[in-house]
Ligand binder design. Structure first.
Ligand code: KG4
Ligand code: ZN
Length: 333
């Protein structure tokens, strides 16, 4: 019955979770609102806010789980990839806690953890499955052969899907992070109002920089003709952009699933909270006889529960790391 305390601090969410014997008992997420005014995450500010949030987040996670800190058997933490200053806070906390309690440390790769979030739910995918991981920093198609045997078979050559959402919202004058606002506006818009180009990239790779430029020029030209263009058409613009991003992602996912002959198809990462993307994946899955796996909303964006479940599976394998571990801004699988 291992009890694992997990810490996530790779970007701008400070999160702590307690998992006992593979069951998530708590998942506390402290969001940072300080970045809204800057149109993106300011790394130095993120690091400072993690410092303030980490102890209360851990205390709350232990309280919610009704588990004493003395009963924790191991500490799992995000080692990378992420912002170094942010990661440092979580890594240092995890090391200090493990040292004080004389318990093992478990390093977790943040991108693998987004995928392993699927093992929190009752209905779990079977290996091998394909996962589309879409976040603010990554867009990957991953062939998941086992818990920690994953191969990135496609990825973005430039911007991530979440970045495309966030940059579009910035062009539209919406605050950061824009993804959820694009989603909200899109629910009341016509997704076929405007057509944006689909990039022609070979294989399973993606590119979003051309789309971003075409959205920028489209808005610039229309605002020149009508200064109120954005306000008058906000919902239709958001719905059309969302549809294009979702179709780019799902078309590549289908190609990968077809070519690998795989029917278990999963979605992960912050952008998997997007309603249009979730709906399109469900529809495509129904048409193609896929078993589709979409995480609960609280396990889509950054959270420590996914670190806890990944940590639990590493604990079972006895995979621990020493106190000399340092965070990694880039961390391949
Ligand atoms: O995985 P995540 O929480 O953090 C990273 O590891 O990057 O992903 C954050 C990204 C942001 O770009 C945010 O705008 C996007 O996920 N996002 C959404 C939605 N919720 C979060 N994008 C579209 N629709 C949403 N509902
Ligand atoms: Zn993430």
């Amino acid at each position: 019955m291992p009890a694992i305390l997990a810490i996530e601090s790779s970007c701008d969410e400070t999160s702590a979770s307690v998992c006992v014997d593979g069951a998530i008992l708590s998942n506390v997420i402290a969001n940072q609102t300080i970045h809204e005014a800057y149109g993106g995450v300011v790394p130095e500010l993120a690091s400072r806010v993690h410092q303030q949030n980490i102890v209360p987040a851990v205390q709350q996670a232990l309280l919610n789980a009704k588990v004493s800190k003395n009963d924790i058997d191991a500490v799992a933490f995000t080692r990378g990839p992420g912002l170094l200053g942010s990661l440092l806070v979580g890594v240092s906390f995890a090391k200090a806690f493990a040292l004080a309690k004389q318990i093992p440390l478990i390093e977790v790769n943040h991108m693998q953890a987004h995928i392993l979030a699927h093992f929190i739910a009752e209905k779990k995918p079977s290996f091998p499955f394909i996962c589309l991981t879409v976040s603010g920093g990554h867009t990957q198609i991953v062939l998941v052969k086992d818990y920690f045997d994953m191969e990135v078979i496609g990825q973005t050559l430039d911007d991530a899907a979440g970045e495309a959402m966030d940059k579009t919202s910035k062009i539209l004058g919406l605050p950061y992070p824009g993804g959820p606002l694009i989603d909200k506006n899109a629910r009341n818009g016509n997704p076929d109002a405007y057509k944006f180009p689909e990039p022609q990239i070979p294989g399973f790779d993606f590119s979003f920089s051309g789309l971003k430029t075409s959205i920028l020029y489209f808005i610039r030209d229309n605002v020149a003709a009508n200064p109120n263009f954005i306000q008058e058409n906000m919902n239709d613009i958001c719905a059309s952009v969302e549809k294009r991003i979702a179709t780019i992602l799902i078309n590549k996912l289908k190609k990968a699933a077809d070519e690998h002959g795989i029917k278990d198809v999963a979605l992960a990462g912050g952008v998997s909270a997007n309603t249009g993307l979730r709906n399109l994946l469900t529809e495509t899955g129904e048409k193609n006889g896929w078993n589709v796996f979409i995480p609960k909303f609280e396990y889509c964006t950054d959270n420590a529960a996914m670190i806890a479940i990944a940590g639990y599976h590493k604990y079972l394998k006895g995979e621990f790391i020493g106190q000399d571990v340092a965070p990694l801004a880039r961390m391949p699988f």
